[in-house]
Design a protein around this ligand. Structure first.
Ligand code: TRP
Length: 335
């Protein structure tokens, strides 16, 4: 009996924020504990190069993201947790796939099309600032998925197209060279929580409205104090469903606490008091992980060893698959 292989990647750019935690990290760690699945979770650091060409930032983000997932309880013995760049078979496979993937398919990728359109709108050359990395990004992602014959790929809506492209690429390869790859499927959870940011829009690095996940408690408090509110005074009844403070509260509170806060809003809780309670609630949940995070960040050897170990456990799978692929396409020993 073989388990379902569930694989997902995290592009290592930026620093983790509260929105990543609530929308992606917390649910993925919970899902990785399901004993009926083999969970593959990796740091897509080659993908990071498409978005960021500052070496120090690339290195720092990868470290932070790795430490974050481990601090929050990802179990690297129960999950395959690894760096894309530690599995060279992924990039080798990517080239083989590049040679059979249709350019026309890549032309339709959303991320590439968006860049093209932005250039057109600003009157630039259509290719301005577009690297071959951006253009071929879905092929590298296909290699990530196909190298381990993943069955399911949990992704956000914006990534469904890429998983479908991986499926397309696999199908085409299988058709031409013989059954080689499992056809992956995108899995979208429509219930993932989208956390609001400081200005009430979706919390996102690109809006500059994030609350950092593992700052000091002071930084957390300061950020929470910046959440936009209206001008209602203490004692005036407030609408929880129109409030980012309440929305963030709900992402951390249980049912009873939600009801309590709802009542406090109706009773006219002061914004300062609501934010103070929010800070305490969020801080209580994060404090134990923050301690581990700080330790891991001051001794990155441990994280390094964990990731290397994750890759070592997987290399037998990736080398076997790549061997099969090479043979299929005719890269064979002269015998
Ligand atoms: N492209 C994905 C993102 O930006 C990250 C990613 C890279 C990925 N390779 C993957 C996700 C493979 C799932 C499977 O979110």
């Amino acid at each position: 009996m073989s388990s379902t292989r569930v694989l997902t990647g995290i592009t290592t750019t930026g620093s983790p924020h509260l929105g990543n935690y609530v929308g992606a990290i917390r649910p993925a760690i919970a899902a990785s504990r399901d004993p009926s699945v083999d969970a593959y979770l990796f740091l897509a650091d080659y993908h990071a190069l498409i978005k960021n060409q500052n070496p120090d930032e690339v290195a720092q983000s990868s470290r932070e993201i790795a430490a974050t997932w481990l601090a929050l309880g990802l179990d690297p013995e129960n999950t395959y947790f690894y760096r894309q760049s530690d599995i060279p078979e992924i990039t080798e496979l990517s080239w083989v796939l590049t040679c059979s993937a249709a350019k026309g398919l890549m032309n339709r990728a959303h991320a590439y099309k968006a860049a093209l359109q932005a250039n057109e709108e600003s009157g630039e050359d259509p290719d301005f600032g577009i690297t071959m990395g951006l253009f071929s990004y879905p092929i590298l992602m296909a290699a990530d998925i196909l190298i381990f014959n993943a069955h399911q790929v949990p992704v956000g809506r914006d990534q469904i197209q890429h998983v479908e492209m991986a499926r397309d690429i696999a199908q085409r390869f299988n058709h031409h060279y013989g059954e080689t790859f499992t056809l992956p499927e995108a899995v979208v959870d429509d219930h993932v929580a989208v956390l609001q940011g400081l200005d009430g829009r979706k919390m996102s690095k690109s809006y500059g409205n994030t609350i950092p996940l593992f700052g000091t408690p002071k930084q957390l408090q300061k950020a929470i104090n910046k959440i936009k509110t209206n001008l209602l005074e203490p004692g005036e009844s407030k609408d929880p469903d129109d409030s980012t403070v309440f929305q963030v509260w709900c992402a951390f509170a249980d049912e009873a606490e939600r009801e309590q806060m709802r009542q406090a809003f109706a009773d006219g809780i002061a914004w300062g008091e609501a934010k103070k309670q929010l800070f305490e609630r969020v801080n209580d949940e994060l404090a134990p992980a923050r301690e581990i995070y700080d330790r891991l960040m001051s001794n990155t050897e441990e994280v390094e060893a964990t990731l290397k170990h994750g890759a070592e456990r997987l290399r037998p799978q990736s080398t076997a698959l790549l061997e099969k692929v090479r043979h299929a396409v005719g890269l064979r020993a002269y015998r």
